[in-house]
Write a protein that binds this ligand. Structure first.
Ligand code: F6P
Length: 468
């Protein structure tokens, strides 16, 4: 990374993540425009207040970010690392999103995958370099005995590396993904599996979104490293909920109301029901099986034709990688096929949007009669928690038992095995047919469970637990 930057502040609380709270785009006129992101970590960190001595260390992700670092443009409390672009690409696209994401979400498709060849080893070296850059920057920027919260699968080696550089720090690692079951984790070459686990266990405390992922991690550590590796280590669980105050206020602004009107027009027909899903388009979200289940509903239960519209927002993600691009195209193709087969001049069965638009997502949340959240595996899935909070008329939730959110919402959801397309069709039918009274009751309970652990609490609890 760019060692020419001015010496950083000595912070008491540090957060490290691949993606930071702000990204810059570079206009043709050379102007830099900052765009602030949202999400649990942003609102969580804001809970410690503007006066806290905090620093967020993140990576420059594109040309705009890199130019901002070069020009010394930045936000107070954010240190962006300008790590060599090829190293970042190998660490982020190669290892994080092609290997670790696939391991933790069970996405490999035999007989061709996985292959851990010389190219994998080359990319692994970049992952190490990338993690070392973070560890060094954190070591420079941390005040004596400071608290450091390292985020996610991009940075599994950081706690171990940082521990060596700065034994005085309190270090936590938090996984936002599931953790793989032991047999699947052991697909990784043994030395790599060992490095990953030792890296995370360099932290004083490794934390997860649910007990299930925490237990999986413990099993992997026991199996690969043995019992002594866990000596003196704490494994924690911190569920992350929806930010009710923010969502309710944001969902009633004018831009959302405008989009709600436009969506209602697209849905058309009086009294038509809506099935809503909002995802980044990537394989673990299981969008294609969701569309196939909807197609099966229209085929086998023709009474729903003309009476329901599936609103699917599938926002492109990680498009540098062919496998994610091809999946995006597959989603588009299946949606087009359904519209070609069943659509009529007055009814479009699937309304698919691929351009990211948060206000439009909130409009869809408000309109949802049924929310479809059917991931193959998911660390938590905040959409499942956000829709019941925002929906205007109450909505029935069809939820995969493999989403972390299932632990908190399972009782009031219509639960599916994400691989079971016919089972998902039955669940959609059940959700669409739910009596309004029952739907309203369940929505109330879902919203209460979904907001029980707001991001501020999620963040403060972690800090407290690490300092205990
Ligand atoms: O689920 C893990 C995670 O890192 C989330 O925290 C985040 O929303 C998502 O993946 C983003 O992925 P990316 O930074 O690759 O767009």
């Amino acid at each position: 990374y760019d060692a020419e930057q001015p010496p950083p502040v000595q912070a008491e609380i540090l957060v490290a993540s691949n993606r930071g709270p702000v990204t810059y785009s570079l206009g043709e006129d050379g102007e830099l425009t900052a765009r602030r992101g949202g999400g649990g970590l942003v609102s969580g960190l804001s809970a410690i207040g503007p006066d806290a001595d905090a620093l967020w260390v993140c990576s420059a992700l594109g040309e705009g970010d890199r130019e901002a670092v070069r020009r010394g443009v930045g936000e107070p409390g954010v240190r962006m690392l300008d790590i060599d672009a090829d190293t970042h690409a190998d660490a982020y696209n190669g290892i994080s999103n092609s290997v670790l994401w696939f391991v933790h979400h069970l996405l490999y498709q035999t007989p061709l995958e996985p292959v851990f060849d010389a190219e994998f080893r080359r990319q692994w070296a970049a992952y190490e370099t990338y993690n070392r850059a973070f560890a060094q920057a954190l070591a420079e920027s941390a005040a004596p005995a400071a608290t450091v919260l390292v985020q996610d699968y991009h940075l599994c080696l950081v706690p171990g590396m940082l521990r060596e550089l700065r034994p005085d720090l309190r270090i936590g690692h938090f996984s936002h993904t599931p953790w793989a079951p032991v047999d699947y984790f052991r697909l990784l070459p043994d030395d790599i599996a060992e490095q990953l686990l030792r890296g995370v266990l360099g932290a004083d405390r490794a934390a997860f979104l649910t007990r299930r992922w925490a237990d999986a991690f413990t099993q992997c550590a026991l199996s690969v490293l043995g019992e002594e590796a866990l000596d003196g280590k704490r494994i924690g669980v911190h569920g992350l909920g929806a930010d009710a105050d923010f969502l309710r206020e944001r969902a009633h602004r004018d831009d959302v109301a405008e989009r709600l009107t436009a969506l209602r027009e697209q849905v058309g027909g009086s009294g038509r029901r809506t099935i809503v899903r909002v995802d980044r388009t990537e394989l673990s979200k299981n969008i294609v099986r969701g569309l196939l289940a909807y197609e099966h509903l229209l085929r086998t239960r023709p009474e729903w034709r003309e009476r329901v519209v599936h609103i699917a927002f599938a926002y492109p993600s990680r498009q540098d990688l062919a496998v994610y691009r091809e999946y995006t195209q597959e989603v588009q193709r299946v949606a087009d096929d359904i519209n070609a087969t069943y659509g009529t001049p007055s009814w479009t069965p699937v309304v698919l949007h691929v351009k990211d638009d948060f206000a439009r997502s909130l409009a869809a949340y408000r309109l949802a009669d049924v929310a479809l959240v059917n991931p193959i595996r998911d660390g938590m899935n905040l959409v499942a928690k956000e829709i019941p909070v925002v929906s205007d008329e109450g909505c029935a939730l069809v939820l995969s038992r493999e989403a972390g959110a299932y632990e908190e919402l399972g009782e009031d959801a219509v639960v599916v095995n994400p691989y079971d397309v016919v089972g998902t069709t039955d669940a959609l039918h059940e959700a669409l047919s739910m009596e309004p009274g029952e739907r309203a009751e369940r929505t109330k309970r879902l919203a209460a469970a979904a907001t029980a652990l707001p991001p501020a609490r999620w963040f403060l609890d972690q800090l407290e637990a690490l300092r205990a």
